[in-house]
Design a protein around this ligand. Structure first.
Ligand code: FAD
Length: 519
């Protein structure tokens, strides 16, 4: 007999992990070993636009986890399975071979994954195996905060107003869950269970390999493992921004271990006023770690409590409060996905915008992807995505809105490209961000409120340093020209001219949104 923890792409950690903690507790109580299984499903990755960077990050984290579990004599097996349709049967046949009576996993809220787990549960029930699926991704689980009518929230502010008291009223919602306990079998577990299964973690998934050079860059920008995530959190909460640090590889090099004396000067201390500055490096850069579950959202909130006099501060008036609000956005979009599954099936949340008339223009789409639209702030953002696998929130909004409202290209194509390119790709947050920008989502920007990319650029990058860093053609351009170079200057620097005039594109977008399906 054994207990199995089925680890998924969103729970790449050992500590504070709900399913792992409960699986371990039961294994200890029953006196049986705990085994960990991770199933690689290339067809799912392709179907869900998982990019090579996100897969590589998963594999790197798995290696760290496997080493840590080995210290506890807990084996981690990986299995690569196709076709994805038969994955439930495959998992069940393994459980049967291992003579497992209990399987634990954390819930993935996407539709395909929920269907898979329902099928696994049915098969398990027939085979006398108990499957337990647990909430872990959010600080507050979907279902626990809802409107008076018992529905999911579709507006953020009331969600936040309900989220906070729920947290305060629940006993210890943020307490750290017990870590797994070592297996005490005389033999090494994998000698007993492992003969049929692989404990070699593959270097890559076929068809989703990283390009040379990119692998190295990703390793430096986003080191794997729980310790790296924790250092990243400390860096954000306790150390000062040391200038813009644009595109910095090795973010931990600036000494997360040496806290600044005055927490008000730390990145989180400055977050309220400077979080939208592209040239300031004041955000946490924790999104890759949160998206992959290398750190729990609970731990992030818990760490802020120590700086807020022992309570959760989610106010607009402090840096910490504003940051907690951002983590709540992550909860919000996951709840939206759970309550309104159509958003994960390519549908707009607001059905009235299902038939907006989009342009089909491969050249414009490709130029946007390559960062060659001729609008410097858009190009800088896209080049940051292409080189770092990550973007600042403000520039995600600017680039997304530019694709949808200025180039009038279907938001789903942008959503897909972000998912493929960003190391923090997360369906709920990415879809939420895209539908916000496209004015089709919950609590979205109204369709007539359209960012002017040039004024956004001056506000978010007043020094122009962000643009100069990511768009080398403009690195010597001084003053305001960097935000909007004249045609002659652009030609001289071999930088493209924009495809559309913003004021005209804006009018076109408003016309098309006003009467979807026409023009
Ligand atoms: P911080 O400002 O330090 O915020 C802390 C954490 O809060 C983030 O790590 C993230 O987990 C969460 N968070 C912050 N802002 C948001 C938000 N608007 N929505 C949801 N969660 C948020 N975030 C992803 O994690 N994955 C995505 O695939 C993703 N795609 C996006 C696409 C678009 C078009 C837009 C507008 C936003 C998207 N976001 C996504 C949200 C946000 O841009 C990133 O989470 C943030 O930029 C990450 O940087 P950070 O960790 O320094 O954030």
């Amino acid at each position: 007999d054994a207990v199995v923890y089925w680890m998924r792409m969103e729970d790449m950690r050992i500590s504070d992990n709900t399913a792992l903690s409960q699986a371990s507790e039961l294994a200890v109580k029953s006196g049986v070993p705990l085994l960990v299984l991770f199933v690689l499903s290339p067809q799912d990755y392709k179907a869900h636009d998982r990019g090579a960077r996100r897969i590589d990050f998963t594999l790197r984290n798995l290696r760290v986890i496997q080493d840590s579990l080995a210290q506890l004599n807990i084996p981690l097996y990986t299995l690569t399975h196709t076709p994805r349709k038969t994955l439930p049967e495959r998992v069940l046949s393994i459980m049967t071979q291992w003579k497992v009576k209990n399987v634990f996993a954390n819930i993935e809220y996407e539709v395909d994954e929920l269907r898979r787990d329902i099928r696994v549960s049915e098969l398990a029930r027939n085979g006398g195996i108990q499957c337990t699926f647990l909430h872990d991704k959010c600080v507050i689980a979907p279902g626990l905060v809802q409107t008076k009518e018992g529905r999911g929230y579709s507006v953020y502010s009331p969600f936040l107003r309900a989220w906070l008291p729920h947290l305060r009223d629940t006993p210890d919602p943020l307490s750290c869950l017990p870590s797994p306990v070592a297996n005490h079998t005389s033999a090494r577990c994998h000698d007993v269970y492992g003969s049929l299964f692989n404990h070699e973690i593959p270097d890559a998934i076929e068809g989703l390999e990283l390009r040379d050079g990119d692998a190295e860059q990703m390793r430096k920008c986003w080191p794997a493992g729980e310790n790296s995530a924790k250092e990243m959190l400390l860096r954000f909460l306790y150390t000062k921004s040391r200038g813009s640090q644009l595109g910095q590889v090795d973010p931990l090099a600036d000494g997360a271990k040496a806290p600044d004396k005055n927490p008000k000067d730390s990145r989180v201390g400055k977050y309220k006023d400077a979080r939208d500055r592209l040239d300031a490096d004041t955000t946490s850069r924790l999104s890759p770690y949160l998206a992959a579950g290398v750190i729990s959202a609970r731990e992030c909130i818990r760490a802020t409590v120590a700086l807020s006099g022992g309570k959760v501060d989610a106010s607009r008036d402090t840096g910490i409060g504003r940051w907690v609000q951002e983590v709540v956005w992550r909860d919000f979009y996951t709840h939206v996905l759970a309550y309104f599954p159509r958003v994960s099936m390519g549908r707009p949340f607001q059905e009235k915008f299902a038939n907006v008339n989009w342009e089909t223009n491969e050249k414009h789409l490709q130029a946007w992807k390559d960062g060659r639209t001729g609008v410097p702030i858009v190009d800088a953002g896209m080049r940051q995505a292409n080189t770092m696998g990550w973007m600042h929130n403000r520039v995600r909004m600017i680039t997304a809105m530019y694709l949808v409202k200025d180039l009038m290209i279907d938001w789903r194509l942008g959503e897909q490209y972000f998912m493929e390119t960003l190391i923090d790709g997360d369906l709920a947050s990415n879809n939420g961000g895209w539908q916000w920008s496209a004015s089709t989502g919950v609590d979205a920007a109204p369709y007539f409120r359209i960012f002017n990319p040039y004024t956004q650029s001056q506000k978010a990058d007043p020094t122009g340093e962000y643009i100069r860093h990511f768009v080398p053609e403009l690195s010597n351009v001084r003053g305001d020209d960097v935000h909007n170079p004249s045609g002659n200057l652009a030609d001289k620097l071999k930088y493209p001219r924009p495809f559309v005039k913003h004021s005209e594109a804006r009018e076109r977008a408003i016309r098309r949104y006003k009467v979807p399906g026409q023009e």
